[in-house]
Ligand binder design. Structure first.
Ligand SMILES: Nc1nc2c(c(=O)[nH]1)N[C@H]1C(S)=C(S)[C@@H](COP(=O)(O)OP(=O)(O)OC[C@H]3O[C@@H](n4cnc5c(=O)[nH]c(N)nc54)[C@H](O)[C@@H]3O)O[C@H]1N2
Ligand SMILES: Nc1nc2c(c(=O)[nH]1)N[C@H]1C(S)=C(S)[C@@H](COP(=O)(O)OP(=O)(O)OC[C@H]3O[C@@H](n4cnc5c(=O)[nH]c(N)nc54)[C@H](O)[C@@H]3O)O[C@H]1N2
Ligand SMILES: [Mo]
Length: 765
């Protein structure tokens, strides 16, 4: 029997050190340093003229939406430019003038490329022509677009069931592309649509739907400006949403208080210099956070319970710190929560959350007085076993204070990818939405499947078990983003065909199915021309506002296709022109796509017209205090048990976080300036007392090991960096540490991997 062919690709890439320098963590975020870092990077990747042209149009009306995070643009963008250091890096990364085509792949096999680090892989440049990695080959070769579509269609036709195909989406795609992609999956007959949200804010979506009847946040940007208290929990805005700092600055100018709840004191919340104002560029910075509560990893529930208990005591003492009118009119569950709080001991909660009592009391004092409260959060709350419960507990606080559905108050899950929220709104979801299905039937003329599809966790399982054979990705880097890298790699390698629609090379292009395709696409910043006319698409920001985005740079290559166009052509090839949906016409005319979005996706109406200028907000029931979809028509106050980590003597809780020089799995550089780490990513941050207790010295080399269900997983070669982090807590960068995250441990209710609380032991090498 012939031995099975296996490519000798490296799943982890190089694990060598790159030459660390350590400095003190920075006390000042952004300011001129931020602009300098952004410009250096932009000039290097795209040259001076292209940089200025592009940056001047980013996040401006008639310009394009920044490809980085989903933080909204103000309705009146700043004249100096509405972008941040990391937005500029994201742009430079996409608009780089380095290109890789057939020659590059002829000279470098996938086996060879896989030895590189993720940083090196991204640096090689933009993908500029369609490529195929044929069965039993180790080199990508050029392929025509039509041949590529044909190959996909053949593989899809070979499947025993449409559920053997999986369609993953990363959150950078436009509404138009995501809509067509989702409809193609459904037209084929599957709801197998995992997306990056599953690894990101799914816990927020689940918690908010259960409690407030909508999976999105309720605030608008302007609400932050007038809030009395803004809590920023489990989020590092200085790095990941830098433009949010300008909003927090406005809040402070208006007399608001900012409370940061985070195991780390992240730069940006202290001493921020606003690069968008002349004062900020020249003068001293602003201490944004009035109060920092260094909660232990995954002990937010203990902390919030303690705050609620203290508030409840004040309330029953007759000081009326809760909004009883609001509670009586709009919520259910108040009495149950009060009795539940009685069962907890304050001292025990204090010990568990790790914050000193004086600071908790200060927070309580701020909150007692305030009624306009906004809670902002990101991955520090969502990526835990109890990620859903974390968010529900913060929602309890807002509900007791009547801080929902009124100006300057509400929920603010700060989204990650620039259009991750829009993708969901136009139909990327693995679950079945009956209303949506009805509208698809009526307006698109085909019957969509009514069986639930797979999310990210289930997708890996299906591939592993041989139940899925074709895996397609609209953007993203599935292998490095998902948990349990080695396990996910095995899953991908069991597929017959893996397809990547992407802009830049990453490891998911190298660790593939038997056959693999790269379909290169236009980036956000690039001009999308058809028949002499320039096309634009629409996106939805973190606060539900839909606007246009129109690229302006010359595309990296003439062979690139826009995402909607290539998805439409792929669908048309599959259906051989025989389908009620006129795919090719849609791929050419985005107005036509939008007219279908209007009919099929909820809340969209006359999108082409209304997306002009400042755009429009999608409906939001929490904003309107309409809880009619929930039990008793009321917002739900919930009971959320404390997590029990059961840490053993030698175990730590590890959170896997982003450095200042990366966008998810795309590594722009090797510095984490704000945390004082230069030229190295293989570091683990540890409390100096823990280092002493475990006999470790600064820059000692260690391996990290997690053990779940009898399976041991190791991440090798990390340098110990002393850092101000709670005892028994560790931090290290993702994606390098994703090898430690067990695929079968995820948040209850949302299946988001536990990337922020992995139990590990540390071994000195
Ligand atoms: N430049 C840049 N911008 C980005 C991204 C990027 O990679 N680079 N990624 C985008 C995406 S997709 C997303 S989802 C967002 C991510 O934005 P963030 O969520 O800010 O990103 P992380 O680096 O994962 O940071 C998590 C934060 O939560 C804290 N934390 C960890 N565990 C806990 C906990 O148990 N409780 C509390 N209270 N805090 C905790 C960590 O110390 C850290 O500050 O950013 C988006 N924007
Ligand atoms: N351990 C750990 N794991 C995590 C996280 C964590 O905090 N810790 N965070 C999770 C989170 S919040 C997220 S959102 C996921 C991210 O998961 P993904 O969205 O899958 O990953 P990205 O790194 O954002 O994807 C980068 C790739 O997208 C492609 N790309 C960029 N722009 C475009 C475009 O315009 N169009 C197309 N088609 N492709 C494009 C490029 O090829 C690039 O290499 O990772 C998750 N994984
Ligand atoms: Mo994300």
């Amino acid at each position: 029997m012939k031995e099975e062919f296996r490519r000798n690709v490296s799943v982890r890439g190089s694990e060598a050190f790159t030459g660390i320098t350590l400095k003190e963590p920075m006390s000042t975020a952004a300011g001129l340093m931020g602009i300098k870092a952004a410009m250096d990077h932009a000039f290097k990747e795209m040259g001076v003229i292209r940089s200025f042209r592009a940056l001047s149009k980013m996040n401006q009306k008639e310009g394009f939406d920044c490809p980085s995070c989903a933080w909204p643009d103000p309705e009146k963008p700043s004249k100096i430019g509405e972008f941040c250091e990391n937005g500029a890096k994201a742009l430079a990364d996409e608009a780089t003038t380095k290109h890789i085509g057939a020659d590059f792949f002829r000279n470098h096999s996938v086996e060879e490329l896989s030895q590189l680090t993720d940083y090196e892989l991204n640096r090689v440049g933009r993908l500029v022509e369609p490529l195929v990695l044929r069965a039993e080959s180790v080199h990508y070769q050029p392929i025509s677009w039509q041949e590529a579509y044909g190959l996909i269609a053949d593989e899809l036709h070979k499947l025993d069931s449409p559920d053997e195909a999986i369609f993953y989406t990363s959150g950078r795609s436009s509404n138009e592309a995501a809509f067509l992609y989702g409809m193609f999956a459904r037209a084929l007959g599957t709801n197998n649509m995992p997306d990056c949200s599953n690894m990101c804010h799914e816990s927020s979506g689940v918690a908010l739907s259960e409690t407030l009847g909508i999976g999105k946040g309720s605030v608008k940007l302007e609400d932050l400006y007038g809030a009395e208290v803004v809590i920023v929990a489990g989020q590092n805005p200085g790095t990941n949403h830098p433009r949010m700092l300008s909003a927090l600055e406005k809040c402070k100018e208006n007399g608001g208080k900012i409370i940061s709840i985070n195991p780390l004191q992240e730069t940006g919340l202290v001493n921020f210099k606003n690069p968008q104002s002349v004062k900020g560029m020249l003068g001293g910075g602003e201490n944004l956070a009035d109060l920092h509560l260094p909660v232990k990893i995954n002990e937010d529930i203990a902390l919030v319970k303690l705050i609620l208990k203290k508030l409840a005591t004040m309330d029953t003492d007759g000081r009326q710190v809760f909004d009883h009118d609001f509670i009586n009119t709009y919520t259910s569950g108040f009495d149950t929560l009060m009795s539940d709080l009685d069962t907890y001991d304050e001292k025990a909660l204090l010990k568990q959350c790790g914050v000193i009592e004086k600071k908790v009391d200060e927070a309580v004092a701020f909150l007692a007085k305030a009624s306009k409260i906004v809670v902002c959060w990101a991955m520090g709350l969502t990526q835990h076993k109890n990620g859903v419960a974390n968010i529900r507990e913060y929602v309890n606080l807002l509900l007791l204070k009547g801080a929902i559905g009124k100006p300057f108050a509400g929920t603010c899950p700060v989204r990650g990818h620039s259009n991750v929220q829009g993708d969901r709104s136009v139909g990327i979801m693995h679950y079945v939405n009956k209303g949506l299905n009805e509208r698809i039937k009526k307006h698109l003329g085909f019957v969509p499947p009514d069986k639930e599809g797979v999310d990210t966790v289930e997708a890996i399982k299906a591939m592993h078990e041989g139940k899925a054979k074709v895996f397609m990705c609209l953007g993203g880097n599935f292998l490095m983003a998902a948990s349990d890298t080695e396990h996910t790699a095995e899953a991908l390698q069991k597929c017959e065909l893996t397809v990547q629609i992407s802009t830049k090379l990453n490891r998911t292009h190298l660790v593939t199915g038997r056959t693999a395709l790269i379909l290169p696409t236009l980036g956000r910043s690039e001009k999308d021309m058809k028949g002499g006319k320039q096309r634009y698409f629409t996106v939805e920001n973190s606060m539900g506002r839909v606007t246009r985005s129109k690229g302006l740079l010359k595309p990296a290559s003439e062979s690139l296709k826009s995402e909607p166009e290539l998805i439409a052509e792929m669908a048309d090839t599959y259906f051989k022109g025989k389908h009620p949906v006129k795919w090719r016409e849609l791929g050419e005319d985005y107005d036509l796509i939008r007219s279908y979005i209007d009919k099929v996706a909820k809340g969209f109406e006359n999108t082409t017209e209304r997306s002009k200028g400042v755009g429009f907000y999608l409906p939001n029931n929490a904003r309107e205090l309409d809880f009619s979809k929930l039990p008793n028509g009321r917002a739900q106050i919930t009971i959320n048990p404390l997590p029990d980590h059961d840490l053993q003597e030698d175990e730590f809780l590890l959170m896997t976080i982003r450095s200042h020089d990366q966008f998810n799995t795309t590594i722009y550089g090797l510095d984490d300036r704000y945390r004082g780490v230069y030229n190295e990513r293989r570091v683990v941050f540890m409390h100096p007392d823990d280092m002493e207790a475990y006999q470790l010295k600064r820059l000692d080399v260690v391996n990290l090991t997690s053990r779940y269900d009898g399976v041991e997983r190791s991440a090798r070669n990390f340098l110990v960096v002393p850092y101000s982090i709670p005892r028994k807590n560790l931090a290290a960068y993702f994606p390098e540490t994703n090898v430690l995250v067990p695929y079968n441990h995820y948040a209850e209710g949302s299946q988001t991997p536990i990337s922020k609380s992995i139990k590990v032991t540390v071994q000195k090498v």
